[in-house]
Design a protein around this ligand. Sequence first.
Ligand code: F6P
Length: 541
Amino acid sequence: MPRFKAVVACFLAGGAKLSNGRQRANCEDHHEKSRRTARRPLDQRPRRPALASNGTGFAVPCGFEIGYSLTLTGTQRPNESDMKRIGVLTAGGDTPALNATMHGAVVRANQCKVEVIGFIKGFSSLFNPRVPHVRLNPLFSTIPELDPTIGGTIIGASRDYVDPNDRGTIEEIVERLKRLGVEGLICVGGDGTLSGMQVLSHYIPTVLAPKTIDNDLGLNYRHEPDEWQREPIDKPPGYRYVRGPSHTRFELEHLINYVTPGFATAVYVSATGVQRIRTTAESHRRIAIIEVMGRHSGYLALGTAYGQPDIVLIPESPLNIDRLVDRVIETYELQKNVVIVCAEGVVDEHGRELGEITQSTDPAGNKVLSGAADALRHLLIERLGDSYFTSKRRNESAKAAIFTRKVGHTQRGGRPVLFDSFYASQLGGHAVNLLLEGQINGVAILQYDSHRGFYVSGINGNDFRDRWGVIHARQVHRSFYDSEQLCLSRVGVDYLLPIFNNAIGTEDIEHVRQSLFRRSNLTEPYHSVNVDINKRICYLD
Ligand code: F6P
């Protein structure tokens, strides 16, 4: 059971309507409001994060009251620093919980009387001499566009990162931050953002507030970075990093950063996608291959097990095609349909990505993974052949029987489920505290143990680096996966349960009921928050 204090109230004074005309559906409706306000019986209320023992709550507008505490109380300001203005940026691929993270940061900053400016489009803003930015809390009140229940990021994101070897640009950035009066920087991002942030932390205090749907920012255990080894390669000249042997006994409670905001919502989307594909595969006696995101890490694919696929394939376990074909036939013979979840980063027995059909990279240098499900489909068509389907009139051909679907960017968009919005807010607030406490290269993390439940904490950014300074994406620990049955293992189940036991709030469901089939959706055009944010953008003169 997640240890959060449930949504209890709609605090937003101006909750009826935003200046931009967008409705705050869950604040408008009286029925919804009274439902929120009603207190649950004590024994049904999720526990507060365990660190709450000496803390006070701070209220987050629009339906959230966050039980939040650290070594400080909610309204005190840490005295290690007297920062007056901090900056925040959102970098890398977006997640549904970015606004929630910023909201948590801004609420905490308001309490501490710290100004927050948001940089437009991640690090890209800092490369621009005019540094486009937005004041997120003028007069220490949160701007109405910053709604923790809305996906995306109101300040935009990009995959531009600071090159640690480009001294000239770094100095320009530092100078711009100085001219803006920014004394500390919060970067909301994943492993790429943390890498990019490292060099800036030599000049200005920085803290990472984590996010990624891939759930790959973290460590399986404290000394995992020491296990990386590297070998030189010629093309392109550089190094290849490989995992050396591990001598550490794995314990779930040793995970550093148990889960990142965005993951739960992405799993919610992909698992419901699997459920929907299932019934059509059943009706038409088909084999469905559903590709989910996650890059080189299989967390999203494993989480998608909640949709009850028959087979899950993850990048950490190289594809054994014979085993896969056996499992497919076994399942098809029994139920006349098969649903396979395939992570986009799945590799063959030589370690080559199945989806590396288009050899391209994004601006951050990440390989664009595209086509794992299609590659798998071709393999299965070849191995099963038409006769497997036609001989018993099961289907007209292998091609017709086996189909693929990508869940795609729906995993990254839309409203965050309650688990994400709640803990993202906590992490945002904690990132501010870490800065004010005097951290200069901090990472706010979300920890879990069975006694305390989920709680926020902090760690030094350097702890994520290997001996050469490289930050690696976290991979699924082998104990999470059963490579014989091609499914989640018992430990994998134990890992997921605390996250998802209570991940969806009733207000998430109610939101669908209230907002999707509104008449105004048909009669009014979509109003993008970018239009309103544009009006607020300021520049460095
Ligand atoms: O890192 C998040 C992620 O969604 C990955 O899972 C995926 O491979 C990638 O970003 C897609 O990036 P883009 O949106 O740039 O295509």
